[in-house]
Design a protein around this ligand. Structure first.
Ligand code: PLP
Length: 388
């Protein structure tokens, strides 16, 4: 399947049928698998013979999702997890040990910051936070025991980015693994591994599912890395269920079509917002006025569906606008066909300290919209009537 293009791989990779010759992938709702004989059972457990044993280890539906996502990210292997947070935690726990050091972007998903500061820190793993875009800050934060660079690009909600190819040169020079959370763009719009990253992490809950139906996550990378992460997952238990794997597998089929539509809608909205008096600033990478527009053009094939804007009047007017919407859903989720609106400072980033929030540039007047697939004219009209 190597020579096929992205859209074909998204539909054909990992596709298999059972003896029933069904055309849509079956869901293997089973917790365990039976063996022909005691000898076969022994061989499966001792890894002399490949094959399924128990669904915490492997499951054919989960395997189909893993193969397809690995192909789309251009990686050797993938392990699916029960959520995006499980994917981040499994990566850290599988690859690092007590006494190691992580350099992480301070412009990450709020729970990722909380995970590092409250859970990972308990295991004597030291963490330094740096500004995502500041390449020299990444390099100066490196210590003898640094094992991992961890980041999200573009960041959510502000769309800050880092030059992945240049950062990967720094990480390689110091024998540090570079892990990129690619949930915001998905493999349809950005392939960090092709740019030099070692690991790509996903919350498949977002665009990969694309319809807000279930939680799922994944880690992709080379076979050696994924074997270690898979070992952690099969032993500690955050494995992806077959049913949720089937949902995200179906999501991958239409991913690039949806990401293009999300991006088109988001750009239309961002351009309109920029022209509104009540709007102080619009954050969208696809606006040529964005300082990182050229870098984004060089490493992404689209700008994605997240548009954030700052309104005059701080939290009070932000809440007023959010409450006055009729079409948009007030929810912190993103990557759904339905457009969603949220006040980042009090929701997704609410558990950060004031200082962490300011460092991440999340101000009180900031509103984030995850632009869905409705007719963008209706979304603009809905926001317009809130700005009176
Ligand atoms: C949502 C999200 C996560 C966490 O994923 P869950 O599936 O909710 O556990 C991690 N990173 C990013 C960028 C996200 O948007």
């Amino acid at each position: 399947m190597k020579d096929l293009s992205f859209d074909t791989k998204a539909i054909r990779t990992g596709y298999r049928t059972t003896a029933e010759q069904e055309h849509s992938e079956a869901i293997f709702l089973t917790s365990s698998f039976v063996f022909d004989s005691a000898e076969q059972a022994a061989n499966r457990f001792s890894k002399k013979e490949p094959g399924n044993i128990y669904a915490r280890f492997t499951n054919p539906t989960v395997d189909a999702f893993e193969k397809k996502l690995a192909a789309l990210e251009g990686a050797q292997a993938c392990v699916a997890t029960s959520s995006g947070m499980a994917a981040i935690f499994a990566t850290i726990m599988a690859l690092l040990k007590s006494g190691d050091h992580i350099v992480a972007s301070r412009n990450m998903f709020g729970t990722s910051i909380v995970l590092l500061n409250t859970i990972v820190a308990k295991f004597n793993i030291d963490i330094s936070f740096v500004d995502l875009s500041d390449l020299s800050a990444w390099e100066s934060a490196v210590k003898n025991n640094t094992k991992l660079f961890l980041l999200e690009t573009p960041s959510n909600p502000l769309g800050e980015i880092v030059d992945i190819a240049t950062l990967s040169k720094i990480s390689k020079a110091h024998h540090i693994l570079l892990a990129v959370d690619n949930a915001i763009l998905s493999p349809a719009l950005q392939n960090p591994i092709a740019l030099g990253a070692d690991i790509v992490i996903h919350s498949a809950t977002k665009y990969i599912d694309g319809q807000g139906r279930c939680l799922a996550g994944a880690v992709v990378g080379n076979a050696d890395i994924i074997e270690q992460v898979h070992g952690f997952v099969r032993t500690t238990g955050p494995s992806l269920s077959a049913f949720n794997a089937w949902i995200v597998l179906k999501g991958l089929d239409t991913l690039s079509l949806r990401m293009r539509a999300h991006s088109d809608n988001a750009l239309t909205l961002a351009i309109w917002l920029e022209a509104q008096d009540q709007v102080e600033k619009v954050y969208y990478l696809g606006l040529p006025s964005h300082p990182d527009y050229n870098l984004a053009m060089s490493q992404q094939s689209g700008f994605g569906g997240i548009v954030s804007f700052e309104v005059k009047g701080g939290q009070e007017s932000a809440f007023k606008i959010i409450n006055a919407t009729n079409v948009l859903s007030i929810t912190a989720n993103l990557g759904d066909t339905k457009s969603t609106i949220t006040h980042s400072a009090t929701t997704t980033h609410g558990r950060l300290t004031d200082e962490e929030r300011l460092d991440a540039h999340i101000t009180d007047g900031l509103i984030r919209i995850s632009v869905g697939l409705e007719d963008i004219k209706d979304i603009i009209a809905d926001i317009k009537q809130t700005l009176v």
